[in-house]
Design a protein around this ligand. Structure first.
Ligand SMILES: [Ca+2]
Ligand SMILES: [Ca+2]
Length: 289
């Protein structure tokens, strides 16, 4: 392999910029949300960050599977507590964002029509072996029982947690929504996840920057059977009848940097930038001369 001078110079600069970070080798070298998995549902097995060779497992929902990628999205058109599942290529042990888009244009909305993503550790059998205990995020029309117009929710699990709704957007606001969840550990429950936050957007402008999200629109807390790591992502659906469907698409999973990590990397980053600026000045001087 032959490197041009430009390539080599770039690599050298990059390597030297890493030096301050390597001195802090006991911490992660990320100062921003880092994407660890995606899926645009362009084909079976599409996306990055999933178990090698995997695609969404639709179990016995075989009729749905044939149509699943017809619109380059996951078509959810049946009721199932485990409509589809897929494993990530490694466990998420720290806080993470889970974002996706939901197209409701083929939904005939009735109270408690339900389409959500849920999370479990490796194996995909739900925390405590019941979907009721899985942290879940998505659609639960009209507050479930029709007592309100809110439709988008988070629920950590039924072990004392409550279903919490966003009132920023409802189905009345359109047919395409961007939904962002943040699953995190407060520390109050040891190494277990215990907090699920929600942001809903109109999705037309893409997802907002994970690093600068404002206060969550809804927060559900709980301690679902000591769920300390997440590797399985699942879809649960309920109340879909008569050919109605919801499309799920554009999954993005990103880690949440810990504040300590950000602070330390800030030091390394400043040092790296100082080096970079010095190098640029030097390069400019060489060019002028
Ligand atoms: Ca797509
Ligand atoms: Ca319906």
């Amino acid at each position: 392999m032959v490197l041009s001078c430009f390539q080599w110079g770039g690599m050298r600069a990059f390597a030297l910029m890493l030096v301050p970070a390597l001195l802090l080798s006991s911490v992660s070298v990320s100062n921003a949300a880092m994407v660890v998995a995606t899926d645009d549902f362009s084909a079976a097995g599409s996306g990055t960050g999933w178990a090698a060779g995997s695609s969404w497992n639709f179990g016995s929902n075989t009729a749905a599977e044939t149509a699943t990628y017809a619109n380059q999205a996951m078509v959810v058109n049946k009721t199932s507590t485990s409509y589809a599942t897929r494993d990530l290529d490694s466990s998420l042990n720290g806080d993470f964002f889970f974002a996706f888009t939901m197209d409701t244009s083929s939904l005939s909305a009735n109270p408690n029509d339900f389409v959500t993503f849920w999370f479990d550790s490796a194996g995909g059998a739900y925390p405590g072996d019941s979907y009721m205990y899985a942290p879940t995020i998505g659609l639960k029309v009209d507050g479930g029982n029709g007592s309100m117009t809110d439709d988008f929710m988070v629920r950590f699990g039924v072990d004392g947690s409550t279903t919490e709704y966003s009132d920023a957007f409802t189905l009345a606001d359109g047919n395409l929504f961007g939904i962002i969840g943040k699953l995190s550990k407060s520390g109050a429950n040891g190494s277990s996840f215990d907090t699920l936050e929600l942001w809903v957007t109109d999705a037309l402008g893409g997802f907002p920057d994970f690093n600068s999200l404002g206060a969550a629109q809804a927060v559900s807390t709980g301690n679902s059977f000591l769920l300390s790591s997440v590797q399985t992502v699942g879809v649960r659906s309920s109340g879909l009848t008569g050919g109605e469907s919801v499309l799920l698409d554009n999954i993005t999973i990103a880690t949440v940097p810990e504040p300590m990590t950000m602070a330390l990397w800030g030091i390394g980053g400043v040092a790296g930038l100082a080096y970079s600026a010095r190098r640029r000045r030097k390069a400019a001087g060489e060019t002028a001369a």
